[in-house]
Design a protein around this ligand. Structure first.
Ligand SMILES: [Zn+2]
Length: 107
């Protein structure tokens, strides 16, 4: 028996990957979720959203919000103010060993 793909899930996957591709932040999480909701409404012919569809809308919003937050969250070196790499550890406060030493010397 072939597994029938869930149309709601298929759409959700599509929307989420589209969000990832749009590097710009001008499309807010709210807008993305609203668009998906309208899309579902059209598909339903004006009928209320099913539980699955509602969940998809919510997940889109949460995911998009998280993406936006991640993009905006830029940490800076406490010594020179240079932007820290995204890969920097959570407890990293400086961009280099030199800056780290500078900070510890000033204490
Ligand atoms: Zn630095």
């Amino acid at each position: 028996m072939a597994v029938k793909p869930d149309p709601v899930f298929t759409k959700l996957t599509k929307v989420l990957s589209a969000l990832k591709e749009t590097a710009s932040e001008d499309k807010s999480a709210e807008a993305a979720a609203r668009e998906l909701k309208e899309d579902f409404k059209r598909e339903n012919g004006g009928a209320p959203l099913t539980d699955g569809q509602r969940q998809a809308v919510r997940r889109t919003k949460i995911r998009a919000e998280r993406e936006t937050k991640r993009k905006k969250h830029v940490r800076r070196c406490v010594a020179c103010g240079a932007q820290l790499p995204v890969s920097a550890r959570a407890d990293t406060k400086t961009c280099s060993d030199a800056c780290r030493q500078k900070v510890s010397r000033n204490r």
